[in-house]
Design a protein around this ligand. Structure first.
Ligand code: NAI
Length: 505
């Protein structure tokens, strides 16, 4: 079956234009490829031929199909857009340049032709302001590399005709990708929802809670992220990720939730960008990161008895775990003079809990139990400034007895996982509150666009909207920072205990 747009034009034959051309040609559209650099469409066609050659070698396509795709790519001049029913621009990311091009296209194409912009950071409404008929312009945001990144954001500006978005949604499906619909807001869905992961990790590092590598290990092993935030920033490069953090922050008029970090600003200024410069948060030799080897857990001959606070999160589960680890558990109303004292707060720091519960801080250690122990590959303990080293070592030795990795971090409200997960869930909830997209599209866009193990709302559901809310309330108390203010959308759902993916009638 022929796709809804039989002949399309793509202006800008760079990384994105070429990728879009590939999947459109594979789906059967004829693609006129246009660029102000006359060599670019020809080079793109050669690169695509190589690409299809590889697919033939892998047996994913036969030679005649590859040839047919090749034949559908037609390097062209701008005047040849006339007969195209869809024109996608993927040129340089500059408002005035995009506006000038689209205004020129408007006079060349037919009445019913659709104009689409692959912009990742400009407002569709603003781009459309230069057009006589902004109704026919929509955002059509692909991700890099296009053939592998299966999600496309379709964005309506204030004046976009909804039928234009519907046609792009249908075309997205025909070319084998998944469409999601976003309101015309800074960062659309993926680049907005992705703010929590890096910014909160940077915040933790700047407070000295743990080093970059430990934060990466914890988020990989506890939550299941494929890459830790610092590994991810090294891969993307700070020349790309720091400006995105700044852009979303400023476009939202300095909203505290998106506040960037001086850590990345300084590194960017110093050219410490990541893999591409050989040094980022890690050093790279022959393309491989040099990481410190994790020291083994200490061996402690005689472990002290253990007492667990009655207010610990997942207390029954923690007691069972201690039993399985062979700990001697105290059952008194308060700990004996020798006991290692365990607390498991949500959002609060270990210091505050020791004070409020009148525990001896020298023997008090915290454990992060937002996520159930069985679902993680690492346990995270936190000391407070008064914790004795023998107690820290005893706790570390005890929790490593079954071979599971253990990290010990400095005291901070919410440990690492709680803070990062709660921030991600809160930003996503606020996006739903603002009506940027549906809860379903949000989770789809984030899992496909960012590769998270779960969508942000599914993450909140998995570990409990009420728990996430409690983490945020308590973080606000500890830090007095509006960045932890829970979105009303999350508050309502957390308070009555319904799924974050529940869509209101
Ligand atoms: P690129 O630099 O690889 O390619 C841009 C192409 O457009 C170049 O071949 C250039 O010669 C051509 N061009 C520039 N101005 C032109 C004009 N006025 N008329 C005709 N051709 C012109 O850039 P890339 O990475 O492909 O990005 C293109 C667009 O896609 C930008 O708006 C960017 O923000 C957006 N985008 C980029 C992503 C990425 O990861 N690279 C992801 C999603 C969107």
């Amino acid at each position: 079956m022929k796709p809804v747009f039989a002949t399309i034009a793509i202006i800008g034959a760079g990384a994105m234009g070429r990728g879009i051309a590939q999947i459109a040609a594979q789906a059967g559209s004829v693609v006129r490829l246009i660029d102000n650099n006359p060599q670019a469409p020809l080079q793109a066609k050669d690169l695509l031929a190589e690409q299809w050659g590889k697919l033939v070698d892998k047996g994913k396509m036969d030679a005649s199909q590859a040839q047919a795709c090749q034949d559908r790519i037609r390097p062209a001049q701008i005047a040849e857009v006339t007969g195209c029913t869809l024109v996608i621009e993927a040129i340089v990311e500059k408002l005035e340049v995009k506006q000038a091009l689209l205004a020129q296209l408007e006079d060349l194409v037919g009445e019913t032709a659709i104009l689409a912009s692959n912009t990742s950071s400009l407002s569709i409404t603003h781009i459309g302001a230069a057009l006589k008929r902004p109704q026919r312009l929509a955002g059509f945001h692909f991700f890099n590399p296009v053939p592998l990144m299966k999600v496309v954001e379709v964005i309506c500006g204030l004046k976009t005709d909804p039928a234009v978005a519907q046609a792009l949604i249908q075309f997205t499906r025909e070319i084998g990708h998944t469409p999601v619909q976003a309101a015309d807001t800074p960062g659309f869905i993926v680049n907005h929802a992705g703010r929590g992961y890096n910014t909160e990790a940077l915040r933790l590092a700047s407070e000295g809670v743990a080093d970059f590598q430990t934060i990466d290990r914890v988020l990989r092993d506890q939550v299941g992220f494929r890459l830790g935030p610092f590994e991810l920033m090294d891969l993307t490069g700070l020349d790309v990720s720091h400006p995105v953090m700044e852009s979303v922050y400023h476009q939202y008029y300095q909203e505290a939730r998106y506040r960037p970090s001086v850590i990345t600003a300084q590194r960017l200024a110093g050219g410490v960008l990541g893999r591409k410069t050989g040094q980022g948060f890690y050093r790279y030799f022959d393309g491989k990161a040099e990481g410190a080897v994790e020291p083994p857990a200490p061996v402690v001959a005689q472990l002290p008895p253990v007492w667990v606070s009655p207010r610990a999160a997942r207390r029954a589960e923690l007691l069972q775990l201690l039993k399985d680890l062979g700990a001697q558990i105290e059952t008194g109303v308060s700990p004996s003079g020798q006991a290692l004292t365990l607390v498991a707060p949500l959002g609060f720091d270990v210091t505050t809990v020791a004070v409020v519960e009148r525990l001896d801080p020298a023997r008090t250690i915290g454990i992060d139990l937002l996520i159930e122990d069985a679902a993680t590959r690492r346990r995270v303990l936190a000391t407070n400034p008064a914790t004795r080293s023998d107690m820290r070592e005893a706790a570390q030795a005890l929790f490593a007895r079954d071979g599971k990795a253990v990290s010990v971090i400095r005291d901070s409200g919410g440990f690492i996982t709680q803070r990062v997960v709660a921030t991600i869930v809160n930003i996503a909830s606020d996006m739903c509150q603002q009506g940027i997209c549906t809860p379903t599209d949000l989770d789809t866009a984030v899992t496909l666009g960012l590769g998270y193990p779960l969508g942000p709302l599914a993450m909140g559901d998995r570990w409990g909207p009420a728990n996430v809310l409690e983490v945020l309330f308590n973080l606000q108390t500890v830090y007095g920072d509006p960045r932890y203010r829970p979105s009303p959308w999350l508050r309502r759902r957390g308070a009555i205990g319904i799924s974050l993916r529940h869509e209101e009638a």
